[in-house]
Design a protein around this ligand. Structure first.
Ligand code: ADP
Ligand code: MG
Length: 248
């Protein structure tokens, strides 16, 4: 497994967020180093999706600070579009453009956002589709692919932007069981290559294999932020013990 560096890539300082008077994130603080893989888990409704979306500014916060690669996400001066182009995000639902074929799904943002020329963007797209095992499907439309294939396209599309970090929000939870591993395998490979990753998932096999740390959330709090071994072998809170017992 790759060893994370000491350089902080994602930093959350006392992040709090409310939806009206509902306190969805409470004073969340953590720091993810370059090359580190952090799995975020916890019961449904605990704030995992909200937390991960704050990292690229998809969810504004009311207090605290967030930095990605030294840029303050929460500063009014930060250009969020530029930041988002460098932080890959993969959701539960693949969110490919349905009217574009696979190769064009991968080319579009490279041309529009990174201003790459068409040939360069196409080469990058083909290389990444090959890497996720989809070079036979470049001309197909998303609806012609299985869920697992679409999710691999979504990962390849994010990688086309040369992201400094990748955020995943339950990337396999909408997939049929037989397709889960083909997506996890791509993620495992990325982790081994040293990508900085923040992954909301209940796939504890993935966590055991590649996570460096596990964050356990409940009711908007980061209840545990511990090295993987410790999380699985001796969770500190009863809540985490109960959670582990419920999903394994
Ligand atoms: P998780 O991903 O852990 O299941 P979420 O971050 O999606 O949790 O949601 C945390 C809580 O915030 C839930 O109780 C949810 O109902 C609430 N919530 C999420 N989005 C909104 C919203 N736009 N407005 C109000 N409440 C929301
Ligand atoms: Mg969620």
């Amino acid at each position: 497994m790759s060893t994370p560096t000491e350089e902080a890539m994602i930093v959350l300082n006392n992040v709090s967020k409310w939806y009206g008077d509902f306190n969805v994130l409470r004073d969340c603080t953590t720091s993810i180093h370059k090359g580190e893989v952090v799995v975020v888990c916890g019961p449904s409704g605990s704030g995992k999706s909200t937390l991960i979306k704050t990292v690229n500014g998809l969810e504004p916060i009311q207090s605290g600070q967030i930095f990605v690669n030294g840029t303050e996400v929460t500063s009014k001066r930060t250009n969020l579009a530029t930041l988002r182009s460098r932080v890959g995000m993969v959701f539960q639902h693949f969110e490919l453009f349905p009217h574009l074929n696979i190769i064009h799904n991968l080319i579009l943002a490279q041309e529009k956002v990174l201003k790459r020329n068409h040939e360069e963007a196409r080469e990058k797209a083909l290389a990444l589709l090959s890497r996720v095992g989809l070079d036979q499907h470049t001309e197909k439309y998303p609806s012609q692919l299985s869920g697992g294939q679409q999710q691999r396209v979504a990962i390849a599309r994010a990688l086309c932007m040369d992201p400094v970090a990748m955020l995943f929000d339950e990337p396999t939870s909408a997939l049929d069981p037989e397709m889960i591993n083909e997506v996890l395998d791509v993620m495992v490979e990325l982790a081994y290559e040293g990508m900085t990753m923040m992954v909301v998932t209940h796939e504890m096999g993935f966590a055991r294999k590649v996570a460096h740390r596990v964050l356990f959330m409940e009711e908007g709090l980061i209840l545990e932020d511990t090295p993987k071994e410790q999380f699985f072998d001796s969770p500190q809170t009863q809540r985490a013990k109960d959670f582990l017992a419920s999903i394994i």
